[in-house]
Write a protein that binds this ligand. Structure first.
Ligand code: ATP
Length: 216
């Protein structure tokens, strides 16, 4: 499954509705940017979608969800934990298999982090940690990516490199992005969220940065 068709998406905190109710259909092949001001509900919507599509998506949460005590290799390997038997995962914790080492090393090469393969994740910079979470999502090999601000800690050239890689590796994606220019450059559909509702839903070809900035 790469696309999805979800209805009755709602979320409330302390009795206050922060999302929906709304419906969202994303077709296979769409790269969707979720835009909107801070607190509009983008992260909550991404989490809701992830819950509803369970197992079918690769997730890059805003808080990354890395295990600091483990090396980069193992954090990325976690993207496929559920594909292997328990004995295989336990052995990998002690002595990773060559084919997994090679696959993860070449993925890290694309993220300019090859030399960090065995480094504990706790010792990485914010941008490096973000790239580990991106690596874990890519390694999951899912058709659908759900990512919450995946390039917020990256410099310009690295942000472009990562967005190019994400578009190449995922047939379909929903990515919350603060950077409107990046959203227009890499996504073919823009969904603007305002107070937990869809306030804009348009092909990026028909939008300019100014149209999107009206949401802020
Ligand atoms: N765990 C929580 N408990 C209470 N309120 C929450 C919680 N998570 C989110 N909210 C509230 O829900 C609303 C939407 O938050 P959300 O994090 O989804 O926004 P966002 O658009 O992703 O913001 P940002 O761009 O700053 O990440 C906000 O008003 C926020 O305060």
């Amino acid at each position: 499954m790469a696309g999805f068709d979800l209805t009755a998406l709602t979320a409330s905190f302390g009795g206050e509705r922060v999302i929906g109710p709304l419906s969202l259909t994303v077709e296979a092949g769409q790269q969707v940017a979720l835009v909107g001001k801070s607190g509009a509900g983008k992260s909550t919507l991404i989490k809701l979608i992830y819950q509803r599509v369970a197992g079918h998506a690769a997730l890059v949460p805003q808080e990354l969800g890395l295990v600091n005590a483990l090396p980069v290799f193992h954090n990325i390997y976690m993207g496929r934990l559920d594909e292997h038997a328990n004995w295989y995962n336990a052995l990998t914790l002690i002595r990773p298999f060559r084919k997994d080492r090679e696959e993860i090393r070449s993925l890290l090469e694309r993220l300019d982090m090859k030399e960090k393969l065995w480094v504990p994740t706790a010792s990485l910079s914010g941008g490096q940690r973000q790239r580990v979470a991106i690596g874990r999502a890519i390694y999951r090999n899912a058709g659908l990516l759900l990512a919450d601000e995946p390039i917020s800690a990256l410099d310009g050239p690295m942000a472009h490199k990562v967005m190019t890689l994400l578009c190449e590796r995922f047939q379909t994606s929903v990515i919350a992005l603060h950077d409107v220019e990046m959203a227009l450059a890499y996504c073919n559909r823009i969904i603007g969220i305002q107070d937990g509702q869809v306030a804009l839903d348009e092909s990026s070809k028909r939008l300019s940065a100014n149209d999107i900035l009206n949401l802020y």
